[in-house]
Every structure is written in C-alpha cells, then in structure tokens.
Design a protein around this ligand. Sequence first.
Ligand SMILES: *Cc1c(COP(=O)(O)O)cnc(C)c1O
Length: 349
Amino acid sequence: MPVTVRADLASLPDYIAGRKVPGAVILSSNELSGPPPEAILAAVAEAAADVNRYPAMGADDLLDKTAEHFGLDRPRLAVGCGSVSLCQQLVQATCEPGDEVIFGWRSFEAYPIVTQIAMATGVRVPLTPAQGLDLEGMLAAVTDRTRLLFVSNPNNPTGTALRTAELTAFLDRVPENVLVVLDEAYREFVTDEDVPDGFTFLDRQNVAVLRTFSKAYALAGIRLGFLAASLDVAAGVRKVGIPFSVNRIAQAAGIAAMAATPELLARCAEVTAERTRVHDALLEMGYDVPASQANFVWLPLGEKTAEFNEHCLDQRVVIRAFAGEGVRATVGLPAENDAFLAAAKSFQH
Ligand SMILES: *Cc1c(COP(=O)(O)O)cnc(C)c1O
C-alpha cells in the first residue's frame, strides 16, 4: 500500500498568488509599490551576514520593539511568518477537529484554507448587498461548535470597513468563549476616523488583533506579522508555531521598518490620496465601486470578471480576479494607477 495523504486535502483550494508578468504593472497583491526605505535594506544586508546562525528563538528584540512601538503588552504578543501563518496558528490553538470557524465570504482567501488544514470546519457568511461583512449573519451562524470568527477590517477583497458602533455592538453580542480575530492587514490605509483601531478592543479577552508588515511596511517578501491577544491565546499561538519561522532577516527588517514608520506612513498617505482619485475616476466611467479603506479597490463585475481581467492583462496590467464575482486592483504609484484606469476606460462594460 502506498503512502497516502489526508483525503480531504484534495478538496483544499490552493492559495492563489498574484500573477507575475515581466514588465507589467503589478496591482494584484496589495503590496506597496516602490522599494523599501534604504534603512530597511541596510538592516536586511547586515542581518544577512549572520545567516549561518539561528535567529533569536523568542524574537526578543523584535517583540520588545513591537510592544513599545504599538503601545502593547509584550506577553500578549506573538510574531509569525506573515499574519497568514498566525491565522493558521489561531485555528490550531483554539479548535479541535470539527469545531467551527466563521468568516465572511468573500473575504481573505486564506481563511478557509487554514481552517481546513487545522481540521476545523469553515462557515462562510455571504457579504451584504453593499459588499460589506454581514455582522448579523455572522452572529446568526454561531453555534455550540463555534470557536473563532475572522473579521477582516477593512475586508479583503472588497475594501469595505466596519465602524466603531457596529463593531462594538457586535463584540458585545459574541459569546465570550468565541474568539473574534480582527484582521487589520490594511490598518495604515484607513482614513475614516470612525473605523476603530482593533487594539482599543484588547480589554476584551475574546478579541485578538492581527497586523502585518507585508502591506504598509513594504515587507511582503520578508514574511512577518504579529498578533496581540489575551495572555492565554497569545501563549497558545506561540506554542503551535514552528520554531524559528520568523527568520533572522525578518526580525531585523521588522525592527528597521518600525523605525522607518514616518517615511512609510507618508507613502501610505500617497496611496490613500490615489485611492480617492482611482475610485472617483472609476465611478465616472460608470463602474460600481464600493468605498475602500484599504490600498485596493473592488469592482463587482460578476459575469464580466474574466473578460475584464483578460483585457487588463492585454494592457499589461495585472490585477486579481475572482471568477464570477469581481476584480480587486491594488492602488499603486500614480503612473501604475493611470495604466489601470486606461485599461478600465477602454473596456466595454
Ligand atoms: C495581505 C493580508 C494579510 C497578510 O498576509 P501576510 O501573511 O502577513 O503577508 C492578512 N490578512 C489579510 C486580510 C490580508 O489581505
């Protein structure tokens, strides 16, 4: 008898990375366009000189700096190989086989994958007609088996954001044994003051907040994210993590990125100004585009999705298409956005 792998893995969708087309404008993965600040590159080069040595096991310096920089309690933190790794660790740390994990759909495509890998059962709650997370629907989906709820705020790929009053009312109603994971991968691009900072909810033991260095901190290729949660949840997440998965270079880069925050936030501000320009131009062209609080826009094109995507590829603009639903286009540098807008304009919709 040959070796077999788990039968359920055959039904597991692959995580689809953004397509890379040489020479094209890449607006498919919500990365920050342009190279990382010089200081980060210097820190990376310096750390690279010592790669014959294992990294610091507990990522001590990185955790110290993260706690200080974000004003968080260090024992309540965990770092991971990208926040997607922390998503999986959260499910592993909270769920037994068959327990349920609720998330909006469509939302971050990693949620169903990490849920299934961890032997839990994913429960998808459709978005509202306005393309936002349906909090009432998510509450209605809670059962005795529910252990965790992923709330992407803003939501990837629709860019919609939950406001303070509705999120607070929701948290008040979630059973206290269900962990609410506020995934704030795009927090630095939020300009609406009424969209809360998840850290303000950390007085609740059933709230965890995820942040990443992949987007605003220009480190998608380094793989670094962190979690803030209750002491117990943070300890559980650290326990199921793979030792040394946040490598030496990532630890140094993260520290340098926090030090470069003013420069990076200035770049985020350019992106959010461009977001307004792109959004308004698309509306002008007659597209339906929900208001975005992230560094991307969502076009719910339905049946026209594949055709729009092919048209953009023909113009050497790479975006992300979700067949039959819509496309997500990252907001990049002005010239990149111009290329996307030109493609959108020449599409017969
Ligand atoms: C991009 C993104 C992440 C970050 O993933 P990393 O693994 O940190 O690169 C997490 N959550 C959402 C919703 C995202 O869009």
